[in-house]
Write a protein that binds this ligand. Structure first.
Ligand SMILES: [Fe+2]
Length: 269
């Protein structure tokens, strides 16, 4: 039976998390789970993550993986919390997290202590009877990876919906030329490949959405469609990033995602 992906949307940060189910074995992977965070009180919460816990319980699933597409700058990750709920699950993130740590917080714990696996490009990920592959897609951050399982690919912030384009490249270690090359890898996949994005904000009042195909992105992505070239993309991205405000949760998110509760305490969370 085919793999099934269920989205969970966090309206506070515009983030999508996913539960990817391999139905024959009843196993699943949780991708980019969100931990609630109140800026005023500095407190975390688990309302969003508990929606995933309830889904897993209701469907009697076994969580094999807790996967991060990158070190998020706009929300706190619920992977540490879900590790306490699903103790047999393995956590994973791209090996580029080492570079993110060295650039942002060299005193943070080694990523090997926070994650069970640090993935390199091409690594395989077993999920029940299915086998996924890691596609390194750096550019938004050095740690960005996409996860491909059959014709489903979870692209994080490398690609947004076609009318919104791509992720910003102005965080430490971000690189627009690198993102351009990463996206070419995604756009070279078979045209029916389904792409699941990490964010959507419902631009111009349209309903939020999470799913596109490679064919749709090739044709209509406002940053990459119709064969837009690398130089053009890099210039566009630099101009656009210069106008973007920092994410509201930048400091607590990056601190927590690299160093956990200690990181949050260090920034007064
Ligand atoms: Fe991001």
């Amino acid at each position: 039976m085919s793999l099934l992906a269920t989205p969970f949307y966090d309206g506070n940060t515009g983030s999508f998390s996913y539960v990817l189910v391999e139905p024959d074995s009843g196993t699943c992977a949780v991708i980019d789970p969100v931990l609630d965070f109140c800026s005023d009180s500095g407190r975390t919460g688990t309302t969003q993550a508990d929606r995933i816990v309830e889904f897993v319980k209701a469907n009697e699933l076994i969580v094999e993986w807790l996967l991060e597409t990158h070190v998020h700058a706009d929300h706190l990750s619920a992977t540490p919390y879900l590790k306490t709920r699903f103790v047999c699950a393995q956590s994973g993130i791209g090996a580029g997290v080492r570079e993110v740590r060295s650039l942002i917080d060299p005193d943070a714990p080694d990523p090997e202590r926070r994650f069970d696996r640090l993935f390199e490009d091409g690594d395989r990920i077993g999920l029940g009877h299915a086998c996924g592959r890691v596609i390194a897609t750096p550019g938004h951050t050095p740690a960005c990876v996409s996860y491909r399982f059959e014709d489903l690919v979870f692209v994080g912030d490398a690609l947004f919906q076609p009318d919104f384009g791509s992720g910003r490249c102005d965080f430490p270690g971000g690189d627009a030329a690198m993102l351009y090359q990463s996206v070419q890898k995604l756009l070279s996949l078979p045209e029916r490949t389904r792409l699941f994005t990490g964010h959507d904000y419902g631009p111009c009042g349209r309903p939020v959405s999470y799913l596109s195909t490679v064919a749709e992105q090739r044709r209509a992505n406002v940053h990459f469609g119709n064969g837009a070239g690398e130089d053009c993309f890099v210039k566009m991205r630099a101009a656009r990033d210069a106008d973007l405000a920092p994410p509201a949760l930048l400091v607590p998110a990056v601190s927590y995602n690299l160093a956990g509760e200690a990181g949050l305490a260090a920034v007064g969370g």
